[in-house]
Design a protein around this ligand. Structure first.
Ligand code: CP
Ligand code: NVA
Length: 307
């Protein structure tokens, strides 16, 4: 494992290695035990989109591991004025020990990894959000004591979160059901890759337009905003189309007893989810947000600390 560009590149064993280390780092953190595995190392964090969780958890994570993090807004570095990814990758590789990048095109992240000589971590693209899903798997494991054999239902937009969930769940042997409206489905190539992975782990992949079919018997229910970053101009149309996909009491009736609710955040109450669900006893959204810190520390320790 040299980079974290897509969960599709990780083996089942590599995912469980990250989750195990994340669990250890979390419990050590609670007991005040520190590990300065990345002492003297610096992570560059390139952001072309907004962020609360990703920015803060990576920065705090680097600090806790004994290193430091540099916030690089693409508006302020020459990349935003047209300097090539090729030159940026070569130059930053001379200063930094790793780069986390949040941007639009997956290709830019892949190119950074190809041209640079340091580990690259995908902090969200239009196509994937691998760090988020590692934290989600950690959260589900904490709540349920296992992953294999559980069913996760994702109801909403077939976006970056849905794509990384497809990879993540299928690789750990979970069943995943995705309900998205016509025209907003997941990428077919990613669905096929998830089906292939599921064959090996015994998981199942269901793709449907029907939220009831997807949520039936779910142990974990997930949704995300209907308007991702960069889609602001489509907002009015999207809010109309996605309304039947709202997670509410009515839909929750079909879940398994003890089902949990997940959301990567930021959330928009009254749209993709009602208050009684996201603020109810089934919601684990803040554990999920916290686990971004622990899961990413594990990723950085492995990639930048050769753990
Ligand atoms: N879930 C997530 O990535 O949040 P931010 O956009 O705040 O980083
Ligand atoms: N799908 C959302 C996720 C935000 C963390 C977006 O891309 O804006």
């Amino acid at each position: 494992m040299k980079h974290l560009l897509s969960l599709n590149h990780l083996t089942t064993e590599e995912i469980f290695k990250i989750l195990k280390l994340a669990e250890q780092l979390k419990s050590d953190n609670y007991r005040g035990v520190t590990h300065h595995i990345l002492k003297g190392k610096t992570l560059g964090m390139i952001f072309s989109k907004s962020s609360t969780r990703t920015r803060v958890s990576f920065e705090v994570g680097m600090y806790q591991l004994g290193g430091s993090a540099l916030f690089l807004s693409s508006n302020d570095i020459q990349l935003g004025r047209g300097e090539s990814i090729y030159d940026t990758a070569h130059v930053l590789s001379r200063y930094l020990n790793g780069i986390m990048i949040r941007t639009y095109a997956q290709k830019d992240v892949d190119d950074l990894a190809e041209f640079g000589s340091i580990p690259i971590i995908n902090g969200l693209t239009d196509r994937e959000h691998p760090c988020q899903i590692l934290a989600d798997l950690q959260t589900i494991y904490e709540q349920k004591g296992k992953l294999e054999g559980l069913k996760l239902a994702y109801i909403g937009d077939g976006n970056n979160i849905a794509h990384s969930l497809l990879h993540g769940c299928s690789k750990v042997g979970m069943d995943i059901a995705i309900a998205a409206p016509k025209g907003y489905e997941c990428d077919e190539e990613i669905v096929e890759q998830a089906k292939e992975a599921a064959k090996k782990t015994g998981g199942k992949v269901l793709i449907t337009e029907d939220p009831v079919e997807a949520i039936k018997g779910a142990d974990a229910v997930y949704t995300d905003t209907w308007v991702s970053m960069g889609q602001e101009s489509e907002k009015a149309e999207r809010l109309k189309i996605f309304m039947p996909y709202q997670i509410n009491k009515e839909l929750w009736k079909y879940t398994n007893d003890g089902a949990i609710f997940l959301h990567c955040l930021p959330a928009y109450r009254g749209y993709e989810v009602t208050e009684d669900i996201i603020d109810g006893s089934m919601s684990v959204i803040f554990d999920e947000a916290e686990n971004r810190l622990h899961a990413q520390k594990a990723v950085m320790a492995i990639l930048m600390g050769n753990l």
